[in-house]
Design a protein around this ligand. Structure first.
Ligand code: URA
Ligand code: CA
Length: 434
């Protein structure tokens, strides 16, 4: 088989066979195909697209390029949850213990934040002592004993995706739906879950800015799941404004504790309960989303979700006293509350801009390997649709570096747009693809 023929075929808009796609991925992972040929092929895919069948074959080949985690020793249906990334998206910290408290095993491989979006592993590492890099044996043993394990993704999970993603990043081929779909799904499939719940974010603080693109991505991933025998459901959710109130690592852990204690942001809680209800449906633990929602609300009210979070922290080596006393989490030396200069209705809160502000404050990385400040970030005090008076608090900035304040204040002010007229409150969840 010749790589140049595979490139030409895709360049001419033809459909590639399983043999051709598998050859391409295996040979590229093994270093037998040079980057320039892979780059040319990626651009051909970007231009001509791929069928769902081709995308599913590509996904499986990428999943099989490294370790395929075997979770068959754990009884029950294992459901994974994945968000395409957003701002104040604290859902995993709430959902993982909540769903695990129902008895459904939650096996989660999570990532770190990059750019303006946060990552679960960074958030968890703000808990003193917590180990978020489990060995395969620890991962499985924790799941068996506690129904819950969260770990960072190892280099052995879908290495083909790691190599291809790096190449896409520098060849203007990231924004291709079959390439994004296969990238996400290959890692989920290799991580071993039987079923997958996807949270596809849409809006200015998300990868997908337009509804039509988010819908296409969701449909493609659900179809891949179907074709490879891992049932997948996707929720399309709003990322035009930050989801929760907290943006930043220890601040988000604190917010998750609040939600699990029955307090805190309604928007975050509602999205968690909805996503969780579909996880329960996938796992066969609820006969409908409505039944699942009721069960999850009971677990929030009874504190069982919170108890599971405490248990999880302890098992992974963290200080579980942070649950009763969140002041034991990293605290910022400087706190500054921004107040409104005018009265009016909040018309817009630009999620990407809020995310960038938090990143600049030290909560996120501008480049890989950058040290982050686990205490830094923002707490939002308003949402789109709220009416605010002059001097009413809009947001509080947390940082350990006073030099960063001025820029953060100006960025945050720009991200919150007031108007004299009220605006409709946008929906949190646009729809479900299954
Ligand atoms: N997230 C991924 O994991 N891969 C992509 O290609 C895009 C977003
Ligand atoms: Ca279907």
């Amino acid at each position: 088989m010749h790589t140049v023929d595979i490139i030409a075929k895709k360049r001419d808009g033809m459909i590639l066979s399983e043999k051709e796609l598998t050859f391409l991925i295996n040979a590229y992972t093994a270093g037998e195909i040079p980057d320039y040929q892979m780059a040319a092929w990626l651009m051909a895919v970007y231009q001509k697209g791929m069928t769902d069948e081709e995308t599913a074959i590509l996904t499986l080949a990428m999943a099989k390029s490294g370790d395929m985690i075997d979770l068959t020793s754990i009884p029950g249906i294992k459901v994974d949850k994945h968000s395409t990334g957003g701002v104040a998206d604290t859902t995993t910290l709430v959902l993982a213990p909540l769903v695990a408290a129902t008895g459904v095993p939650v096996a989660k491989m999570s990532g770190r934040g990059l750019g303006f979006t946060g990552g679960t592993i960074d958030k968890l590492e703000s808990i003193p002592g917590l180990n978020a890099t489990l060995t395969k044996e620890e991962f499985i043993s924790n799941l068996l004993k506690h129904n819950l394990a969260i770990t960072g993704q190892t280099a052995d999970i879908a290495p083909a995706d790691g190599k291809i993603y790096a190449l896409r990043d520098v060849t203007a081929t990231i924004e291709s739906i079959p390439l994004i779909a296969s990238s996400i799904m290959s890692k989920k499939i290799a991580a071993g879950a039987d079923k997958i719940l996807l949270d596809v974010k849409v809006g200015n603080g998300a990868f997908m800015k337009k509804m039509a693109d988010a819908l296409k991505l969701a449909e493609t991933m659900v179809r891949i799941g179907e074709l490879v025998g891992r049932q997948t459901i996707a929720a399309i959710t709003n990322m035009d404004e930050p989801l929760g109130e907290a943006v930043g690592n220890s601040l988000e852990v604190r917010e998750a504790i609040g939600i699990l204690s029955g307090r805190g942001s309604h928007s975050l809680k509602d999205v968690c309960v909805t996503l969780g209800s579909y996880m329960l449906v996938l796992a066969g633990a609820a006969c409908s989303p409505a039944v699942g929602k009721k069960l999850l609300r009971e677990l929030l009210d009874s504190g069982k979700g919170l108890n599971k979070f405490r248990e999880f922290i302890k098992v992974q080596g963290g200080n579980d006293e942070i649950v009763a006393n969140p002041l034991l989490l990293p605290q910022a030396g400087i706190k500054l509350t921004l107040v409104s200069k005018h009265k009016g209705f909040i018309n817009q809160i630009n999620a990407a801009q809020v995310g960038f502000t938090a990143m600049r404050l030290g909560a996120g990385r501008e480049y890989k390997e950058q040290q982050i400040d686990l205490a830094a970030g923002i707490i939002m005090h308003c949402r789109v649709g709220d009416y605010v008076e002059i001097d009413q608090p809009l947001a509080t900035i947390y940082t350990n570096d006073g030099n960063k304040l001025e820029n953060a204040i100006s960025m945050l002010r720009q991200s919150i747009v007031l108007g004299s007229d009220s605006v409709p409150i946008p929906p949190l969840i646009y729809g479900i693809v299954d």
